[in-house]
Design a protein around this ligand. Sequence first.
Ligand code: AMP
Ligand code: ZN
Ligand code: FE
Ligand code: FE
Length: 301
Amino acid sequence: MEQERYKDRGHTSSSKGLRSRECPLLIDLHTHTTASDGSMIPAELVRHAFAKGLGAVAVTDHDTISGVDQALEEGNKLGIEVIPGVEVSVDFSPEVHLLGYFLHGNYYDSIIKTLEELREKREQRNPRIITKLNELGFDITMSEVNRLAAGGNVGRPHIARVMIDKGYVASIEEAFDKYLASGRPAYFKKDKLTPAEGISEIARAGGVPVLAHPIYLNMSTDQLDILLGQLAAMGLKGIEAYYTDNTAEQTAQLLQLAHKHKILATGGSDFHGMFKPDIEIGSGRGSLKVPYSLLLGLKQA
Ligand code: AMP
Ligand code: ZN
Ligand code: FE
Ligand code: FE
């Protein structure tokens, strides 16, 4: 049944063409699972993407590819394209996130080692955040946070969720705005790769490095233009032009910048399930639409 419905939307070669022009296939190239700070296990996330009618979904967990295999397997079962990915934070002010797509090949093992090191850095940082929260008077322990993360890479959204469950804050946003964001009293910086290292690690592992959510950099178009020139010289291959929190004007500007720097445009929601309950897979806060055509460029890169 589901398979038939899927075929009908124009994904298979037999029904491509007119139908897909009438109802263009949409995708999501930025999502998180329980391998990091998403709330759905990878198979569930893929089923969710499929149920929402998406033509492809990328799994891009923070500093890990441990959710990718299960997602690929579920994608094969359902007949929805799953793209293996990762999201890595790099040292820059403000923080820059890089997405890496289609990691494969000879140096795959080397990036796994790097990702394990990044996990260790998280494990060193998170108790420091908890200590700061304790000093601020909150009764919260690392084991409560670890229980929620259930073996996945622990991030601040897990800590925020425990704070909600204990009645200390009303939302994830409030936890970040008051305590966890950079510059707030419970922030503790974690060691990161430099932007050049992040880009080259992804590229060396056969992946396509892409700048995630450029709008979070809070830069003017001119500043972003300069930064993109620098990152492109380091090997950056794309920017996330379509994103949950972009306005249409911002997306248009980012598409222009991608064109100018001869890099790809990508797009995604940054879906985290219940860790960011206002953001839906594919559609973000309601108006996000990421066209399938972007994936064709990514595959060629
Ligand atoms: P971490 O891996 O601990 O650095 O946390 C990164 C996660 O926190 C990502 O999912 C971000 O989207 C999320 N995050 C960072 N800043 C904020 C913020 N101000 N509000 C909500 N989520 C945030
Ligand atoms: Zn996250
Ligand atoms: Fe991010
Ligand atoms: Fe993300």
